[in-house]
Design a protein around this ligand. Sequence first.
Ligand SMILES: *Cc1c(COP(=O)(O)O)cnc(C)c1O
Length: 358
Amino acid sequence: MSISVTPCSESQKKPIPEWTQALGFGKFFSDHMFMMEYEDGWKNPRVVPYHSLTMDPASMCLHYGQEIFEGMKVYHGQDDRVYGFRPRDNFARMNRSARRLIMPELDIETAYEGLCELVRADRSWIPPKHGYALYIRPTMIATDAALGVRPANNYLFFMIASPVASYYPQDNDNLNAVKIFVNDKYFRAVRGGTGEAKCAGNYAASLASQWEAKKAGYAQVLWLDALERRNVEEVGTMNIFFVIGDKLVTSPLNGSILPGITRDSVIQLARHQGLTVEERPVSIAEVISGAISGTISEVFGTGTAAVISPVSHIAFCGTEHQVADGQSGPIARRMYADLLAIQYGKREDPFGWTSVIL
Ligand SMILES: *Cc1c(COP(=O)(O)O)cnc(C)c1O
């Protein structure tokens, strides 16, 4: 499918923000967006000036949550090329989310070309700074104007772009570790539910727990499985890793865990470097006793936004347990540095993850 491009006029262009930490995450949006509609097939793929959507108040996504999204970053390489990190894997995951919510699948090459055209139009919005990136948010919503719970016939797919700062103020070296909170009252997802789909409803379900954790002074929630309330599943909107003895351990994709692309990349990278990686259930009891005895030397989350987010303390049943010395550990720091080096095209990519977008 050929993608039409309608560039902004000079007067429609927004001022580009300064590339400082004040950029934050998801606060500024670029000049253009990609969109296409679905009715018996995807139609009219196009890059157009960023604009508000008008929609019928009966649009089904507003009532029954038939909405899925993705999150990926585009990087300004030091060689002035523009790199994507496994972007087709994001669109493939979106198709898995779509199947779970009975939504139409994307043609991955059309979506990828749409991404390239959007990035070409908004090239000046990619921060040319290590750790900074243009965050892309592909989104699909049901647009039938009808009440009644059923899969819709009409959909809108769009992508918007937001320049984002590095998660860590002093680039790389000291990843600040965060305190996390185990809540055994609320659960994010359950096997058979939608936990492995990136759908809006999962995040609505997580807000109460996140809110309670924030109020208690914690940065993230550590999610337990909802059936047995025993095994650790994720941390906030990230997958979770433990360094136990000389092994890197992460929870297996059991149906209620979101299959993170950063998670998969850390597993592959660690194995490539000779580390033993285990995907197996990790109980909260094992985590707490490992933190106390010191057999667990590192805990960290993985996701596109932070890449790697080390954990300093875990609060469980009213007691706060420190992980090792409460700082980021060597494996977390190495994974962060090595992934970024590949993402910015500074190091050879033996995995085929990098795609040159421009
Ligand atoms: C998006 C997401 C992740 C991380 O996925 P990445 O592909 O690594 O960004 C992990 N858990 C949840 C719940 C998520 O929504």
